[in-house]
Design a protein around this ligand. Sequence first.
Ligand SMILES: [Zn+2]
Length: 381
Amino acid sequence: MAAGPVHERLAALELVDHHCHGAVTDDLDRAGFESLLTEGEAWPGMSPFDSPVGVAVRRHCAPLLNLPRHTPPDVYLARRADLGAAEVNRRFLRAAGTGVFCVDTGYAPHRVTGPAELARAADATAYEVVRLEGIAEAVAADGVEPDAYARAFRTAAWEAVRRPGVVGVKSVAAYRTGLDLDPARPSPAEVTAAASRWLARGGRLDEPVLVRHLLWTAVDLGRPLQLHTGFGDGDIRLHRADPALLTDWLRLIAGTIPVLLLHCWPYQRRAAYLSAVFERVYLDVGLALHHVGPARAGAVLAEALEITPFRKLLYSSDAYGAAEFHHLGALAFRQGLADLLQERLDADELSLPDALRLARWAGRDNARRVYRLPGGLLDDG
Ligand SMILES: [Zn+2]
């Protein structure tokens, strides 16, 4: 599609990436890099490069390593290794054109950049999003008694959100129990009984009553809550990560905290519906953007935008590990959104000022407003 004013404005817009992770700081061998390309596993005889995200990396990321477009994987990886992780990360993070990263620090099976390190490499600003399950698991590891669990978790969560630079919290309930939970706030007796079961058993927080308690604690904290929904790593049960399963809970908490439905694919239309009927519900289609690649990002965004109010869509990359994804997510978002807005302009379904406003809101200002980031209250037009 011919680049018009919407493409130019979106290309120049400093994005707010409201949910991402760090980039791996160690050099990656082929197996290590390929494992980051897939949410599943690298199976024998089948390279993760031979997938939509794999060809998007070869097409759109190779030029930033001074390689031709569509470079073969071996050449790409050899060049990546020559440059070293620090230089590769710097190139992709800067190319993303992202001014602000909100970094989920609760998932790091590799050694990855923390928010400050990411900000330095990207020449940007970074804030932190705290994962509540990690706080609960740290409380358990400290050896708390079941009847003291609720208070200890609440205290630790409050301490975490008061740390400088923390702008929100996150839950991975979708992974642990699924989102088809009893929506009601559990009673103190229920929480103590569940805590004694979980503390005796140990392991990850996957006790449904305690996951409910965690979500209600998030409401009490009063901070924006990011919720993983839709696809993700191979240990998710996709049908239980459908954001529509949150409907009754969202009704109960209406008027309290902002809830940000992350990723959503393939349920972006259901998430869009929730954002259209609940005042404080927002969504993004991060992660899907780089997995479908720039070629299909517009289609996913178009479905999300069928009914999403324009102040409810945010940008995220959900990049983890490979800095390619911090760049590719941004690129796919800009290109996909610009293509679909241009199409509506050409059909006279949208005016240019409206298209530019929508782009600015989704790419930057909606996140500034929800997280109360600097500029968020001033730059609202
Ligand atoms: Zn994430």
